[in-house]
Design a protein around this ligand. Structure first.
Ligand code: ADP
Length: 277
């Protein structure tokens, strides 16, 4: 768990080039407070995945400084500690399982990090309950829906008790119901476990619900701030290959017709209360 007042993720001037001389990330700096929900948005190829994969050393730090939960990523011997501090859920649920049996898959992380069999099983049961899949231990992952599979993957990440959870386009291959259930499960993990969330997403409605949004463009952080400031800036978003969330677009239409005025709401709930309140 993060310590109050400290940053749980601190990146300073992180740069990365897969091919020498062709930088994918350039001088990226980002601070995240414990328990924050941060959305990272940007068009394909803007460097989002490369950035977040640094957090658990899937991409090694080449330049700059990165500290996750007090662990510095510049020391290759810290890989294991970083993997424990930062859990990841990826885009394709099917690529993430180490066992086809749900309970074994979810218990793998804690067992791998040294928990005894009973504790690993308890951690798995708790994580499955947290994602709304209590009692699914004996199920075969291949018989589950994509949304359920993503929640198994989430449980697998949570079972090791990470400080930071990274979701990289985790909703892009599942249906809207699966998406909503995953979002709910992540928000519950955040409120009940205090897990810090970094959510890479194309979903601007999801970004609107974050505490802060980072906009990536061509390997750099083009802007960061509260959704109400960042997601209403059409020029900024369009420059990054994005469009504002639905509420902002609807609000702009109402303003153009002279039936609304003032700052745009960024969520549908905000739009409804602006119109009805
Ligand atoms: P995003 O997540 O925003 O789509 P990525 O971090 O996946 O961006 O990719 C950024 C750039 O880095 C892209 O041009 C991509 O082709 C390149 N890239 C990503 N992974 C590799 C790799 N393993 N080797 C070489 N180039 C890569």
């Amino acid at each position: 768990m993060g310590r109050t007042g400290e940053k749980i993720v601190e990146a300073r001037g992180v740069s990365h080039a897969y091919v020498p001389g062709r930088p994918t990330l350039q001088e990226v700096s980002l601070d995240v407070a414990p328990g924050e929900l941060v959305a990272i948005v940007g068009e394909n190829g803007s460097g989002k995945t490369t950035l977040v994969r640094h957090l658990n050393a899937l991409v090694p730090l080449q330049a700059g400084e990165l500290v996750v939960a007090g662990i510095s990523a510049d020391d290759p011997t810290h890989v294991w500690e970083l993997r424990r501090a930062c859990g990841m859920v990826f885009q394709n649920p099917e690529n993430q399982f180490v066992s086809s049996v749900v309970g074994e898959d979810v218990a793998f992380g804690p067992a791998n990090f040294g928990a005894g069999e009973k504790d690993a099983r308890l951690a798995a049961a708790r994580a499955l309950a947290d994602v709304g899949l209590a009692g699914f231990e004996r199920r075969d992952v291949h018989t589950l829906s994509g949304g359920q599979q993503q929640r198994v993957a989430l449980a697998g990440a949570l079972a090791s008790g990470p400080d930071v959870l990274v979701l990289d386009e985790a909703t892009s291959m599942i249906d809207p119901q699966g998406r909503d259930e995953l979002v709910r499960a992540v928000l519950r993990a955040r409120s009940e476990r205090g897990t810090t969330i970094l959510w890479v997403t194309h979903d601007m409605e999801l970004a609107a619900r974050a505490d802060r949004v980072f906009v990536m463009r061509a390997g750099e952080v083009a802007a960061s701030g509260a959704p109400k400031d960042v997601l209403v800036d059409r020029a900024l978003l369009e420059g990054a290959g994005l469009e504002p969330p639905f509420a902002v677009r609807a609000w702009e239409g109402l303003v153009a017709r002279g039936v609304a005025s003032g700052p745009a709401p960024v969520t549908v709930e905000g739009l409804v209360s602006a119109l009805c309140g």
